[in-house]
Write a protein that binds this ligand. Structure first.
Ligand code: SF4
Length: 758
């Protein structure tokens, strides 16, 4: 019997999950036609030519073949020579459909008398340049800003970063990766001195223990989940531990599930470290020769760490986390005693007030037990967007950062970039610009007058969104997007139609440091242009055409890879010619004959690592990775009698972010992510029945959702997806953020729930 909200036509949620093998317990993703007729693609037109490309969606970066006929993408299929071994998930298979759904932005628009009206490119770009120029002349360069995306191509983020920081002279350059992985960046940089994971996807083929924490991998990174299941199928002794407040589809497959309260990860990891020490699982060589210890600004020792984590015996941590002490002990034993443990995490860890501390807690567990730098043994953060790593993290396209892991607050780093970009010393300011939440606060206050938003939808994704949506009405907002209307273009003064995916060419870097090429194989619709073309045009009109001399994707890539040679991120050897031939290459890769680097910090394997020891943590002056002594902190938005439930948000398999791309796909329109998961005990207590419309209220706002009684959430917790524009859950979420990463804490706030009365 079909679920009430599922239409017979199109792909149902149950079908999609069955394709993933959830109901059968065996995953079968590709080829889709082999899934017992669960769902069949619409007939496709015969393909004239197949092109090697990459999926547009998540940070897994699956290789695919793209079939084109008459300037139209008519089919896609998994690339069996790429790391995903020919597999694609549901979203991957929809790459054809997303190009031709409704709502594509086709021509520039300018707001006149309160309404967006069609304009020419010249009119729109002249207006944008004039307004930015006027603001800069009158209020200085910090009165303008750029807000980008982990979905732009690397060439686009790099060009915007150079234009704003070295041309216009403002560090007001941030983007949506601040909302999704900034805590992973601060976790890595404070532990290793350099950002980005040390391992690679191939490690999943060698692990005996997967520690999945704060990640619903089955739904959010399904192809990597499949790879982990491959390992378990061939080596049934492989253990999967899942730490997640919800009993997600991922957790249902776990050998051990720890349903901790949101925001209690630090207590759990400290307790596990205590178990490692008490049971003799510490790698002494690692501790003595490759690690340092720190608490705040103070240097510490391993003896200090022992005392610190001894404050978290399993019984105490279990009370904080809301789980059993035995499960903590079992998780610690399984983690430490396996031959090779690999940890996976994503937003569940990153989107917390203690996001940085949670990230470095997982890293510390690997360093202390020696589960690092061997095949299958590594801490590994995943990313939700396809180019948050290669496009934003590596190019330093955030308000505090500069390319190749440099920081704007570091005078040497600024001078290095000023020399490489050939601008006068002193052009790059020493003060970090506004990070995401602070930027939209500054727009609301009138401190930032003009903002160029590219390829993202902050009107829907910012936490406590009512506040910032009001702000967007005040500033001069320019929004370049492939779709209109969105919850951001509705506030725009100028909308610029942008090409997407294979309507333009560029390079992206996935979660394992793999750069790969996205070819242009069809023309964009209407008058849409690539974001790179828009930026080059903007640079010329605003008087920085001399700075932005590289104007094509290949020329920008060549400039950027040569600049990378002046950093430990060196990928000068990844030429366009290699990208066209190969299935992506992992950096560091300093020369054209270098094969790329699977594991970092290992002398002999990583070309940046030196010496004859096991490791060279070259990002740190003393060559040692840092283990941090962090303490659990109580939640910022506590539950009370008035707000008695913990609200948590996340994603589902079939839809992407704010649904601007997947929402118009007919096959996905029968899947409605507009529900509130509530435990039957809580539903009974609040007199709520399945399907009731309910009002979820926090200290900031409220949202209406459809009740879905579910054992996936534990009593006292409710959950909604972030996807639906009709039900803006971020009216409820909290805009408090991690003090180091400035990443907002979407994963926990206090709410009340009541049945809607008509
Ligand atoms: S796992 Fe990610 S990259 Fe791979 S097909 Fe699915 S959405 Fe695309």
């Amino acid at each position: 019997m079909a679920d009430k909200d599922e239409k017979p036509e199109g792909l149902t949620r149950r079908d999609a999950l069955r394709v993933l093998g959830v109901s059968a317990g065996i995953a079968m993703i590709a080829p889709l036609s082999g899934c017992g007729g669960v769902w069949e693609r619409q007939p496709v037109i015969p393909v004239d030519a197949w092109h090697k490309g990459v999926c547009r969606f998540c940070g897994t970066g699956c290789g695919m073949m793209i079939g084109v006929t008459d300037n139209k993408v008519v089919d896609v299929k998994g690339d069996e020579y790429a790391h995903n071994r020919g597999r694609l998930c549901i979203k991957g298979l929809m790459n054809r459909e997303i190009l031709y759904g409704e709502g594509r932005a086709l021509y520039p628009m300018i707001r006149k008398n309160g309404k967006l009206e069609r304009a020419t490119w010249d009119e729109a770009m002249d207006l944008v340049a004039t307004r930015f120029r006027e603001a800069i002349d009158e209020y200085g360069p910090d009165s303008v800003a750029f807000y980008g995306s982990g979905q732009l191509y690397t060439q686009e983020s790099y060009t915007a970063n150079k234009l704003f920081k070295a041309g216009i002279g403002t560090n007001n350059m941030d983007g949506n990766p601040r909302l999704c992985m900034a805590s992973a960046v601060t976790g890595y940089t404070s532990s290793f001195g350099k950002d980005e994971p040390a391992g690679c996807y191939e490690d999943m083929d060698y692990s005996d223990c997967f520690f999945i924490t704060g990640s619903n991998t089955l739904e959010c990174h399904p192809i990597l989940w499949e790879r982990m299941l491959d390992r378990k199928r061939s080596h049934p002794e492989t253990r999967i531990i899942v730490v997640d407040p919800r009993r997600t589809f991922t957790a249902m497959h776990a050998d051990l599930h720890l349903p901790i309260y949101p925001g209690t990860d630090v207590a759990l990891y400290n307790s596990m470290m205590n178990e490692f020490i008490e049971n003799g699982f510490i790698d002494r060589d690692m501790v003595e020769n490759y690690l340092s210890f720190q608490e705040g600004k103070q240097k510490r020792t391993f003896e200090d760490l022992k005392k610190h984590v001894a404050q978290y015996p399993a019984e105490r941590a279990a009370k904080i986390c809301g789980i059993s002490p035995r499960d903590i002990q079992e998780a610690a034993f399984t983690f430490a005693s396996s031959k090779a443990t690999l940890s996976i995490w994503t937003m569940g860890l990153n989107q917390q007030v203690q996001g940085t501390a949670s990230n470095r807690g997982v890293v510390a567990m690997h360093l202390l037990t020696g589960h690092f730098g061997r095949p299958g043994a590594t801490p590994f953060s995943l990313t939700g967007q396809p180019n948050a790593c290669g496009g934003v993290r590596d190019t330093g396209s955030l308000s505090h950062a500069l390319p190749g892991g440099r920081l704007v607050a570091n005078a040497t780093h600024r001078e290095e970039m000023e020399d490489l970009w050939k601008v006068p010393r002193g052009r790059i300011g020493p003060k970090p610009g506004y990070h995401a939440v602070a930027l939209f606060e500054a727009i609301a206050k009138g401190d930032v007058k003009c903002c160029l938003v590219m390829c993202t939808n902050p009107g829907q994704t910012l936490p406590n969104s009512n506040l910032y949506r009001k702000g967007m009405e005040k500033g001069f907002m320019v929004v370049a997007d492939s779709f209109h209307p969105t919850e951001t273009t509705i506030f725009a003064d100028v909308v610029l139609p942008a090409a997407m995916w294979v309507e333009k060419e560029g390079v992206k870097g996935n979660a394992e440091r793999r750069y790969h090429l996205y070819p242009k194989v069809v023309d964009p619709p209407g008058e849409a242009r690539s974001d790179l073309d828009i930026l080059v045009d903007f640079a010329e009109r605003i008087g920085h055409g001399d700075l932005i001399t590289a104007k094509t994707p290949k020329d920008v890539w060549d400039e950027w890879r040569h600049i990378s040679a002046h950093s430990k991120y060196n990928f000068e050897g990844i030429t366009y010619e290699r990208l066209q031939k190969e299935r992506g290459i992992l950096w560091p890769c300093p020369t054209e004959d270098h094969p790329g680097t699977k594991r970092r910090y290992i002398p002999g394997e990583d070309p940046m690592a030196h010496g004859g020891g096991r490791f060279d943590f070259y990002g740190k002056p003393d060559g040692r990775a840092t283990v941090w002594l962090d303490s659990h902190e109580e939640p910022v938005d506590p539950y009370t009698d008035e707000f008695p439930l913990i609200f948590n948000t996340g994603r589902i398999l079939e839809h992407w972010h704010t649904m601007t791309i997947t929402g118009p796909v007919p096959e996905l329109q029968s899947i409605h992510p507009d529900y509130l998961e509530i435990h039957p005990h809580d539903a009974h207590h609040f007199n709520i029945r399945e399907g009731d419309q309910v009002i979820v209220r926090s200290r900031r706002g409220e949202v209406e959702l459809r009740a879905k009684l579910s054992l996936v959430v534990r009593p006292g917790m409710v959950f909604a997806t972030m996807h639906s524009a009709k039900h803006l859950v971020n009216q409820v979420t909290h805009d408090v953020y991690d003090p180091f990463s400035k990443q907002p804490a979407y994963k926990r706030c206090a709410v009340s729930v009541r049945k809607k009365t008509v």
